[in-house]
Design a protein around this ligand. Structure first.
Ligand SMILES: [Zn+2]
Length: 96
C-alpha cells in the first residue's frame, strides 16, 4: 500500500482549537529561545523599535529579528522570526 501524505493533510482550520488558548493569553509572557545566540527571553523582554512602519522586536542578546507587527486599518500583520511571509489577522471592529 503506497504511502500518501495528502491522505493525512488537514487544512489550517485544524489549528483553531490548539491555537485558541495561545492567542487568548498575554503574549508578553511567551518565552522565546533565540536560534542565533540561544538566549531565553520573554516577548516582554525583547527590544522593540518603531512605531513606523511597524513594531520590530529583536533579541536582547544579539539583536536578531524576533518578530514584526504592523497594524493597518482593520488588520494586524504578524511576522514571526526571520522567515519570509507574515500572518494577517482581521481585527475586531472598533467600538464593537
Ligand atoms: Zn539572540
Amino acid at each position: 500500500m503506497p504511502h500518501d501524505p495528502a491522505a493525512f493533510r488537514l487544512d489550517g482550520n485544524a489549528l483553531a482549537g490548539p491555537l485558541a488558548p495561545v492567542f487568548a493569553l498575554d503574549p508578553t509572557t511567551a518565552l522565546r529561545v533565540c536560534p542565533a545566540c540561544r538566549m531565553q527571553a520573554t516577548v516582554g523582554e525583547l527590544h522593540v523599535y518603531g512605531p513606523e512602519p511597524g513594531l520590530t522586536a529583536r533579541c536582547p542578546g544579539c539583536s536578531q529579528l524576533a518578530l514584526r507587527a504592523v497594524q493597518q486599518p482593520g488588520h494586524l500583520w504578524l511576522q514571526l522570526g526571520t522567515g519570509q511571509g507574515a500572518f494577517r489577522f482581521t481585527l475586531p471592529a472598533a467600538g464593537g
